[in-house]
Design a protein around this ligand. Structure first.
Ligand code: ADP
Ligand code: MG
Length: 675
């Protein structure tokens, strides 16, 4: 008998070698195996005769074998096995490639189900390597698992079947009352059915139950992670110094910026830790809001931290903010992975002593050995790049610090509310004045000559340009421009005598910094880059964004890239270069010409790519889901949010016996999420 913890190698027919193959799929024990769901199904219930099938169609045919198998060695390594079947009307010539095991198992005058593509001729039909099962076996809907080269779907199905047959009842996670309320079938039945459904209806019920369960566990976990919210804090911001900071700026704030600053400062005065999300499209001026809050909190006697997802961005924030704030006597430091160990030690010492007011950095800030004397506010920029755990861990840096997360990712509002749960939200729904609409064009590569000329003209006006390529290095199988190769080519030919810079993710942080600095100062005129410049980079003097092989990028990504220009008051141009022949791809690119609003573009992106891609797990830092889909299953997500609150209000610590198993599952789901 097996139990959920049994290692996969103890299942009959698996053993050490096979187990290794399962490990690669993330399947380690019976528990992970039974939650390794089929990717799709082949419905073998609907059998037809050859006469009912179109030539070339995929079909399921019930047929009797009428001749023994003959073996034909074509050459070394290629043996064909041939035999004939009949469906009662038509003779079907079947060829099997190399699969001796299958060929030897077939018996004349037995009934089989053949699954595959049919080729019809005048009087007979043929099938090449169809899937063949004994009709007597009676499996009707075949699960298709995400397989690997050496472990095919059929083999996986067999192991799952053996495991389920040798496993007692799977412990129930959801209490009877909740199951009744939401019309959910028992977990044991759902799991067995999802692997081997007997009908479409049965399958749907199983799927419903498992999606509900997964999203419920997600919601419970998130609610518990956020539970620190109601606790009081001693960090009370009584005095508003934002005006002083604003007077340091070379521009006046938009109303949206002013409103956001006020909302935050009011929040921080209440005696409860602020938990707020600042959403604003690219270029809406989130950094100035952050600056005003940082300044105010420091003036109230606390330390502050600002975290960015990349070193480039952290460095950029440091350069711009520390320049401003130093005038007002604020001490800022930059802490990233590339800061030398001795320097790091020094910074840490000064942090504990309270000699540093503002620490800017990447994830390195939240490593455990960084301690503050009296941290009051933590701001994370481009929030969607952080994992849930990182958010939690950062908040743990001070007793009960205020946190603000800033994001330019336009996520549909309802989804945002669910993912960010009880965060308050401020929105910058207004761009700074004087911004000109960016002109966007979609062209093919025959325009390169004109594009280069256009860039040269801009450089003559002392402006700068970005050229973005999808790849870093030359690629063998794709005809795509790589940044490295392209930069060399341009600097030797078209732009000989100009200053070109190259920036990509594989460069050392120090090198990246140098290039970025040179570009920001105007020493580099053209920056050839990969998408490392996608987030946050701010060089207002850059007015041209050329994106090569633009069809390779998602719309939201293109929007972020385009957001790198049009940041000053000069007219800016985005040129999407693509030779795609696909009408869909072409239309997708034209969306960029049509819309400038990030939310509109996100909607289009969603329609074009489907939710799976749009919400790649890393985008929001939530655990990987096995069966549910945050957008497709939005209705269920809402229901489970309600349900999770119900459960927690009755049994906050999930101590009751009926909720015990839920607790186990929450721990499991959240154990791996710390990117
Ligand atoms: P994002 O919201 O994308 O992070 P930034 O904070 O980088 O935007 O701001 C974009 C640019 O707009 C920066 O160059 C910034 O100095 C400028 N900016 C911000 N607020 C204003 C404003 N109220 N008026 C004029 N320019 C502004
Ligand atoms: Mg920004």
């Amino acid at each position: 008998m097996l139990n959920l913890e049994s290692n996969i190698k103890f299942i009959k027919g698996v053993g050490e070698k096979r187990a290794e193959l399962f490990y690669k799929l993330g399947v380690f024990d019976v528990d992970t195996l039974i939650h390794f769901y089929p990717r799709k199904y082949e419905d073998w219930t609907n059998t037809k005769t050859v006469n009912e099938i179109e030539n070339g169609e995929n079909a399921v045919i019930k047929a009797t074998m009428i001749t023994p198998v003959t073996e034909h060695m074509v050459r070394r390594g290629l043996t064909l096995f041939k035999c004939k079947f009949t469906d009662g009307e038509t003779v079907i010539n079947v060829t099997i490639f190399n699969n001796k095991y299958l060929a030897k198992s077939l018996r004349t005058y037995e009934d089989y189900i053949l699954f595959g593509k049919i080729e019809k001729n005048l009087t007979s039909a043929s099938m090449s390597s169809p899937k063949i099962e004994k009709a007597a076996d009676g499996i009707k809907i075949h699960p298709i698992y995400p397989a690997t080269d050496r472990l095919n779907s059929k083999a996986i199905a067999k192991v799952v079947k053996t495991a389920l047959d040798n496993l007692g009842e799977i412990p129930e996670t959801i209490s009877t009352e909740i199951r009744e309320k939401y019309a959910l079938i028992p977990l044991d039945r759902a799991i067995r059915t999802i692997h081997f459904p007997n009908s479409q209806q049965e399958y749907m019920k199983a799927r419903e139950r498992l999606i509900f369960e997964e999203l419920l566990i997600l919601q419970l976990g998130l609610l518990k992670l956020k539970s620190s919210k109601k606790e009081k804090t001693d960090v009370v911001i009584n005095d508003d110094y934002s005006q002083e900071f604003i007077s340091l700026l070379p521009f006046s704030l938009t109303n949206a910026q002013k409103r956001a600053i006020k909302e935050c400062i009011d929040d921080m005065a209440k005696g409860f830790p602020m938990r707020r999300l600042l959403q604003g499209d690219v270029g809406s001026g989130k950094t100035a809001v952050a600056g005003a809050l940082i300044y105010t909190v420091i003036k109230n006697g606390y330390q502050t931290a600002l975290m960015a997802p990349t070193e480039i961005l952290a460095t950029q924030h440091f350069e711009s903010l520390s320049k401003l704030l130093e005038k007002a006597g604020v001490k800022a430091e930059l802490l990233t992975g590339s800061v030398k160990a001795t320097e790091k030690k020094e910074i840490k010492k000064r942090l504990i002593n309270g000699e540093i007011d503002l620490l800017i950095g990447t994830h390195a800030i939240i490593q455990n050995d960084v301690e503050f004397k009296n941290l009051g506010l933590v701001i994370t920029d481009e929030q969607h790049r952080f994992g849930v755990k990182q958010r939690a861990s950062l908040a743990g840096k001070g007793e009960e610090v205020h946190t603000l997360v800033m994001s330019a990712t336009p996520i549909p509002r309802t989804l945002g509310l669910i993912i960010y749960g009880d965060l308050e939200i401020s929105v910058l729904d207004e761009l700074p004045p004087g911004r000109q609409e960016i002109r966007t064009d979609v062209v093919n590569s025959s325009y390169h000559g004109r594009i280069y000329k256009f860039i040269k003209d801009a450089i003559n006006r002392a402006e700068q340009a970005y050229i973005v390529c999808p790849l870093v290095e030359e690629s063998e199988n794709l005809d795509l421009k790589s940044a490295e190769e392209y930069a060399t080519e341009l600097s030797e030919n078209e732009f000989a005598g100009y200053n070109l810079g190259l920036l990509h993710g594989k460069m050392k942080p120090k090198e990246k910094d140098m290039v970025m600095k040179a570009f920001a100062q105007g020493d580099v005129q053209i920056l050839v880059a990969t998408t490392v410049i996608e987030v946050g980079i701010d060089v207002p003097n850059a007015t041209i964004m050329v994106i090569e092989n633009a069809q390779q990028f998602g719309l939201s990504q293109l929007h972020q890239l385009r957001g790198r220009i049009g940041r000053g008051n000069k007219k800016s141009y985005c040129i999407l270069v693509s030779d795609t022949k696909s009408q869909t791809a072409q239309n997708r690119l034209l969306t960029m010409k049509k819309y400038s609003d990030g939310f509109k573009i996100a909607d289009e992106d969603l329609k074009a790519r489907g939710p799976g891609d749009f919400f790649g797990e890393r985008q929001h830092g939530l655990p990987k889901l096995k069966i549910a889909d945050m957008l497709e299953d939005m209705e269920v997500l809402r229901k489970t949010q309600e349900c999770a609150k119900e459960i927690l209000s009755e049994d906050y610590n999930l101590d009751l016996p009926k909720n015990k198993q839920l607790c186990v599952e929450i721990t499991k789901m959240f154990k791996d999420i710390d990117y």
